[in-house]
Design a protein around this ligand. Sequence first.
Ligand code: DX5
Ligand code: ZN
Length: 221
Amino acid sequence: MSKIKIAPSILSADFSRLGEEVKAIDAAGADYIHVDVMDGHFVPNLTIGPVVVKSIRPHSKKIFDVHLMIENPDAFVEAYAKAGADIITVHTEARQQDVRATCQRIKSLGKKCGIVIKPKTPASALAPLMDLADLILIMTVEPGFGGQSFMADQLEKIKTVRDMIAGTGRDIDLEVDGGINAQTAKQVIAAGANVLVAGSAVFTGDAKDYAKNIQELLGNA
Ligand code: DX5
Ligand code: ZN
């Protein structure tokens, strides 16, 4: 199993000091910086535009892992790519797109393409995209907010997707997102995840606690 990577979600950061928070999780050992983009249509929340990604880009050299929870990703992949995204992840459920074409467009911009599914979407929805995706994201909460409880009924899906990835022979990251803490991290790693998104579990306490919070997710408490 490849090294477990931690992707703190800045949705749980102090937005009044976002640059400092990005620097702090970089220094605390984050592998990816997870950026939750929400448009108020695909999910009932509104968050981070390309201008914010551009403004935090200079504060870390780590991979910017941009999760688009938006209805029309095609309209924005170029703007997020230009703003500094390294991985751009799109939902199969977004209505205003041909997800395969969107993924191809992301790669044509020199970025890695992630595909994400919501809890109610079966793993089979990923099958037509396994030859293209660089990362697959399994939501373990309904998208829209940080601080929600982990949905253990997604564990079987994580195992299924790990087997699907093995079948491709391709090196695809299996990322999970939602309710990940020291307890649930063990479960999703055992099920086959190798990238853990965590917002509230990392941004607990203040910057001096972030490294310990990350180590606890890795089981090195
Ligand atoms: C939810 C977002 C998640 C969320 C994770 O729609 O995609 O990335 O911020 O937050 P926690 O780790 O607190 O569940
Ligand atoms: Zn996310």
